[in-house]
Ligand binder design. Structure first.
Ligand code: ADP
Ligand code: MG
Length: 275
């Protein structure tokens, strides 16, 4: 285990681009590789919490909003507070709809951008990877995720509108870097829901690689559109149990490999700098 978890926010203000699906399957695949993984659900819609099998998140005793409320009130939070254990080897800090109220409370709070960070700083000693799933917005909850993170992964569906939305997202990331978290980097852009048969998807994928590829990593792996993968939302299982031989399981395995290799390379580079 490395001494401190790598914290990754999975972000795009557009809904339906596989943020939650990627948090789940990347997280579980990292756990299958022997990593200690914590998933943090920062979306009031709680799709990650539900996808992992907790179907009624509002009935859970402690949610991420409770933890954030305690920090806002300067109350100490026990390290393991609210953490759930999933059968496939990942831990989860769950969300429910009350998190949307937190977005409002944060507006007038002191250190409002760094409430989540304060908690994850303590937890990062316990894990190799912390993945934060974000809501489809660039509001205060997503800013909290970016403030807490070392890096962001941006899932993008290759269509014209998504490509435009990417500019706005990159602008927000730059602003977070200037004002709150100078260390934040873009780990990579992940093309999702790729329909290999349509010319349009291919053209826009190429366009994204041409436009951004020189300054931002666009993963070689793409996540294909698949009916089987679309079925799993409320089963509580990852793609590795639902359709282990399918192309989506293979894609997430390859993505995990790319992410791990890049992290390892960066770690070695940092160690060399220290010597
Ligand atoms: P986001 O978190 O960005 O809003 P989700 O991860 O919730 O997006 O995914 C949106 C929808 O796409 C979900 O209903 C999910 O079941 C479905 N889905 C997941 N993977 C695939 C896939 N490979 N092909 C088609 N649909 C998928
Ligand atoms: Mg989601």
């Amino acid at each position: 285990m490395q001494d401190k978890a790598l914290i990754t926010a999975i972000t795009n203000q557009k809904g339906g681009v596989l943020k939650s699906t990627t948090a789940e399957n990347l997280g579980i695949c990292l756990a299958r590789q022997g990593k200690k993984v914590l998933l943090v659900d920062m979306d009031p819609q709680a799709s990650l919490t539900i996808a992992l099998g907790w179907r009624n998140p509002d009935e859970l005793p402690v949610k991420i909003s409770d933890i954030m409320a305690q920090i806002l009130q300067d109350q100490p939070v026990p390290l393991k507070e609210g953490i759930l254990h999933h059968a496939e080897g990942v831990d989860l800090l769950p969300a429910d709809i009350t998190l949307s109220g937190m977005e409002v409370s944060l507006v007038n709070a002191m250190s409002r951008e760094t409430i989540l960070k304060q908690h994850l700083q303590n937890l990062r000693k316990e894990y190799d990877h912390i993945l934060i799933d974000t809501s489809p917005s660039l509001g205060m909850l997503t800013i909290n995720a970016m403030a807490a993170a070392d890096q962001v992964i941006i899932p993008v569906q290759p269509n014209y509108l998504s490509a435009k939305g990417l500019e706005q997202l990159l602008g927000t990331i730059s602003r977070v870097r200037r004002q709150i978290n100078p260390k934040l980097r873009i780990e990579g852009i992940l093309l999702t829901l790729v329909d290999a048969r349509t010319v349009n998807a291919r053209e826009i994928s190429n366009l994204i690689r041409e436009t951004y590829g020189s300054r931002i990593k666009v993963y070689d792996t793409v996540i294909p559109r698949s009916v089987k993968a679309a079925e799993i939302s409320a089963e509580g299982k990852s793609i590795f149990l639902h359709d282990p031989k399918g192309k989506v399981a293979e894609a997430y395995t390859n993505l995990t490999e790319e992410v791990m290799q890049r992290a390892e390379k960066r770690r070695r580079h940092q160690l060399e700098q220290l010597r």
